[in-house]
Design a protein. Structure first.
Length: 91
């Protein structure tokens, strides 16, 4: 997908916020640590990067669950497959 820089940044910052929220809520991280984890998961990619934004193909909830509980979280923690309403309500 091709985004304008504004669209890309809106997606990037939104996913970082969501990822950090999960890491605080489910991972027990403090705000600064959760923000660092979000930036690490969602680094800025230059506009000419061939796969820019590929990480957006799954939402932050999925990437955070994988980071916290491993690749098999969907089988081992089925209650975490779908995010709660609080997550869906994030801006």
């Amino acid at each position: 997908m091709v985004w304008s820089e504004d669209e890309y940044m809106e997606n990037l910052l939104g996913e970082r916020r969501s990822y950090a929220w999960v890491m605080q809520r489910y991972g027990g991280m403090g705000a600064a640590e959760a923000e660092r984890a979000a930036v690490e998961c969602y680094p800025y990619e230059p506009a000419d990067d061939e796969y820019r934004g590929l990480v957006f193909h799954d939402e932050a909830w999925h990437w955070a669950m994988k980071a916290l509980y491993g690749h098999n979280y969907v089988n081992e923690r089925p209650e975490l497959v779908w995010p709660p309403p609080e997550y869906r309500a994030l801006p």
